[in-house]
Each structure stands twice: as C-alpha cells, then as structure tokens.
Design a protein around this ligand. Sequence first.
Ligand SMILES: NC(=O)c1ccc[n+]([C@@H]2O[C@H](COP(=O)([O-])OP(=O)(O)OC[C@H]3O[C@@H](n4cnc5c(N)ncnc54)[C@H](OP(=O)(O)O)[C@@H]3O)[C@@H](O)[C@H]2O)c1
Length: 346
Amino acid sequence: MVEGSPPVLKPVSTTPAIAPFLLIAGSGFGYCELLLLLADPTQSTSISGKRGGRWSMSTMNGRVCLVTGSNSGIGKAAAVGLAKLGATVVIVSRDRSKGEAALAEIRNKSGNQNVELMVADLSSLQSVRDLARDFATKYRQLHVLVNNAGIFLPKRVVTIDGLETTFATNHLGHFLLTMLLLDTLKASAPSRIINVTSEAHRRNKIDFEDLQGEKKYSGYRAYGRSKLANILFTYELARRLEGTGVTANTLHPGVVRTGFGKDLGGFMAVGVRILAPFMMSSGKAAKAEVRLASAPELENVSGKFFKKGKEAKSSAESYNAEAARRLWEVSEELTGKEMQRVAAAA
Ligand SMILES: NC(=O)c1ccc[n+]([C@@H]2O[C@H](COP(=O)([O-])OP(=O)(O)OC[C@H]3O[C@@H](n4cnc5c(N)ncnc54)[C@H](OP(=O)(O)O)[C@@H]3O)[C@@H](O)[C@H]2O)c1
C-alpha cells in the first residue's frame, strides 16, 4: 500500500485576473457561461499533501485498468499514475499516432511496460463495439474502467451514426462501452467504474424532446447536459450494480490545464489562454482519478460524486431517479442495435 497525505485543496482565486474577460463576455459574446464556470474560485483547486489526515492508494499489481481519452490531458496523467502503482493499463486513443506517442511517454514516466494502446473512436458505436471485442480477446479481467474521454463542440456535428457528437462521445459511447464490459467487470470484482463529469453539469436538465440538439444547439448546453448524463448514468449504474462488487462513482476533476476546449475560437480561446496559469496541472487532477481507482477505503463506496478529492453534492437534477431511468432506457434504445449484434455474435 502506498501511503500519502490527503489531498488538501486550496482554492485558487482566479476572479481578479479574469474580471475583464467576464465583462467582455457579459457584453454579448455569448460565452459568459463557461467563463463564469471557470471564474468560480471554488472550482480551481490545488492538491497538497502537507496537511490533514491520511489517505491511501493501494498497489495495483495484477489489476487491469482501461482509461479512455488517455492520449492526452487528465486521462494520460491518470494512466501514468495507475501504471506507477503497478497496474496493467490499456489506454484508448482515437488517433493511432497520438496514442503511440502517449504509450511511449506513459511507459517511460511510469517505468511500467504493461501499458497497451487500443485505438477507438468513442463517438462511433461500431468502434466502441470493436474496442470491447479487442479488449475481450486479450484480457479476461477488468478491475477499473475510467470513462474519461470528453469533447466540447461549439457547433453541432453529427456522428457516423447520425447522433449529436457531444452526447454520443461523452455519454453514449461510454454507456455502450460500460455495458459491453460489464460482465468482465463483474467477473473481476471487486472492480470500479469511474465516470469523469464536470461542474458544467449544473444548471442543466436532460431535454428528452431534443436529445440530439436538432431543434436548438449550444455547445455549452450540449456539454453541460452530457456531463449531467455522466452523473445520472453513474447513479443509475450504482443502483443496478448493488451487491455485485462493482462500484460506480463520478468526479469533477477541477479546472485543469489540458487540451480541452481546443476547438474553442475567438474570445473563449483567448480567455482560456489567459486563465491557463491559474488552472490545475493534469498531473494533480489525475490524482483524484487514481485515488478513486485504487484507494482501499473506497472499495465499497458507490453512487457518489467527488470533487476536490472528496465526496460532494452534485446538482439537484442529477439525483432525479426518473430522469436517470429514462436516460438509461433511451441510451439502451440508441445503442440497442449494437448490443443486439454483440449478443448475437457471442
Ligand atoms: N480540463 C478541465 O478543466 C475539465 C474540467 C471538467 C471536466 N473535464 C473532463 O475531463 C475529461 C478529460 O478532459 P481533459 O481536460 O483531459 O481534455 P483533453 O486533454 O482534451 O482530453 C480529452 C481526451 O478525450 C479524447 N477524445 C475526445 N473525443 C474522443 C472520441 N470521439 N474518441 C476517443 N477519444 C476521444 C481526446 O482525444 P483527442 O486528443 O484525439 O482529441 C483526449 O484524449 C473530459 O471528460 C472532460 O469533460 C475537464
């Protein structure tokens, strides 16, 4: 067991530095929502192990972990952290060359050669199905699934399956991947599922009448709703997994300096560049993912939202069990064809 100090989180006040941007944003550029989100000083945190009680990360020797979106940012740093603890780590990237570069870096930084790359596009149901099949042909066990990949798209883009891409990538792809890997997770219990959400889930509801953003699309709404979907999915999953030894938790990683939002243009791109020095590094943010994946004291904790390294309350809407059940059913329908094909092939 690797003992350490707890993540003591110190708020980093970003408000003064970005005040001019808030004013500009408020004057009609339409990007104030994300700027306000970034400006919330309680969200930007640094983790220090110098004060407080003890927390622990168990050795992960013999444990198999799969991390999506691990060719960059928080996912890559989490893969390094898990590999350092001795886990076998499968990283997932939609781009082979980016994935290979990340693979070399993760092996090098962790000193662990048991790291493997699988190429998959989470926005494509077929690609997710191929990923689950490839994983099953190589691995009999899965102890930790980190659904980390995420995207923000200012304009509506449709996937190969005809779905809105933010919803398809951030929620549906991970929903399908989890369903396809669930038997392996159960057979490997105790095992854990970690869904990476965001504080952007707040002030949102799932619009079941316009899930694909066909009537009205806003990048911020689409992103916020997809992150709310991550939490609703986690809570419903935890309810359904009770007694199986598989836990499901979700976390907001903080406001982190990564490639996230690289598709932002104009003022937002400038704003994010200005805010970057006040944001947390991906290495620090990843500690929370690694802790959720490994801490022995969290082995039986399920259906919880974590923020700033500890359990927290998500939005009131995220506890709407009826919305969670409905989202589950819609997600099953939207991925159903794929799941039936898998069942038929098995
Ligand atoms: N950064 C923050 O402040 C922040 C705050 C709250 C929540 N989060 C969440 O943290 C998670 C990780 O984000 P990050 O900040 O580390 O950003 P990032 O560096 O952009 O990482 C996102 C990862 O997801 C991958 N990805 C995107 N679309 C994909 C697809 N269709 N198929 C497969 N992989 C795909 C990206 O691959 P490519 O390199 O190919 O694009 C990348 O590896 C996301 O879920 C995000 O919502 C981040």
